[in-house]
Write a protein of this length. Structure first.
Length: 304
């Protein structure tokens, strides 16, 4: 039987919030079976809890923000992506600030943190959310879709009018029966354009952004001296974000996600549409490891 997972020991780190610019302390603690991922604002009176749920996403401007009873935590998608990538079901995430630290702009530092703490199996079966009927949402020319698929595959296409992207770097298909999250997704960094910085900061966003935690582009090129980590790092980061946004469904996803120009808002709309269409999914467990789709055997349960 494949079992739920949590951390072996607590672990802490500090960093800067990408949008708030605030210094943030982050702590990760083991949690009992069937807890799920629960965020805690440790800097607020009463330490309010914010369960990681698609229904609690209250703002999707350039990140996914959880909001519960007046408390909020923004930019949860990268740490959620890392938790999905390592198959961690139950965790307390203590945040002494309004935002998860951006670290280097990818999920890589969170992967390192989680692996350093150690991961243990727990005494309850792992539960999966399996897509059994298509669900699609649209916003103008942008769209995102779930389809039944015996595994976990993401097919993402971006479209930015910038020479760096090129036609060959606009799409990526990641099938976790064949690809490694840690090696091929986790290190892809967030990105932005110099011409958007002034507008973002006027809106109170991007205040902690720098070349150390984002890929920055001017009108013709990448400004980071080290260049890109992958040729198609931009669209791989969109996949990283989507994995984090979709893990707010509460369970690993068995199905295919296909998207064109999607972002946090559309990802959340798709998750909510799925939950509202009760006949489009089912929650399943597996008594034998051989029954589990290969995507989860190779991705979540093999050593990184």
């Amino acid at each position: 039987m494949l079992k739920q997972r949590t951390l072996k020991t607590p672990i802490k780190t500090t960093g800067v919030g990408l949008h708030t610019g605030a210094r943030v302390e982050l702590g990760l603690r083991p949690a009992p079976v069937n807890t799920g991922i629960v965020f805690h604002r440790t800097d607020l009176p009463g330490t309010p809890e914010l369960p990681a749920s698609a229904h609690h996403v209250g703002d999707t401007r350039l990140s996914s923000t959880l909001k519960v009873d007046g408390a909020s935590i923004s930019t949860v998608e990268h740490v959620m992506s890392a938790l999905a990538g390592l198959g961690i079901d139950n965790l307390h995430v203590d945040v002494a600030g309004p935002e998860i630290p951006i670290m280097d702009g990818s999920a890589g530092p969170f992967i390192f943190l989680l692996q350093s703490a150690g991961i243990v199996e727990q005494g309850a079966p792992k539960r999966y959310l399996r897509i059994v009927a298509p669900v699609e949402v649209r916003d103008g020319d942008k769209w995102a879709r779930f389809d039944p698929f015996d595994g976990f595959r993401l097919d993402f296409t971006i479209d930015f009018p910038h020479p760096v992207f090129g036609s060959e770097n606009r799409q990526v298909v990641i099938d976790f029966a064949e690809h490694s999250y840690v090696k091929e997704v986790a290190r892809a960094r967030t990105f932005g354009f110099m011409q958007d910085v002034e507008a973002m900061r006027a809106a109170g966003l991007g205040l902690g952004g720098s070349l150390q935690n984002a890929i920055v582009l001017d009108e013709v090129k990448v400004l980071n001296s080290e260049g890109l980590r992958y040729d198609n790092e931009f669209v791989r980061h969109k996949v990283l974000d989507a994995i984090g946004d979709l893990y707010l469904l509460g369970h690993p996803l068995i199905g295919q996600y296909t998207a064109y120009k999607s972002g946090h808002g559309l990802n959340n709309a798709l998750a909510r549409a799925l939950l509202a269409a009760g006949g489009s999914f089912e929650i399943v467990t597996f008594a034998e490891e051989a029954e589990v789709p290969a995507a989860f055997q190779d991705w979540q349960f093999a050593p990184a």
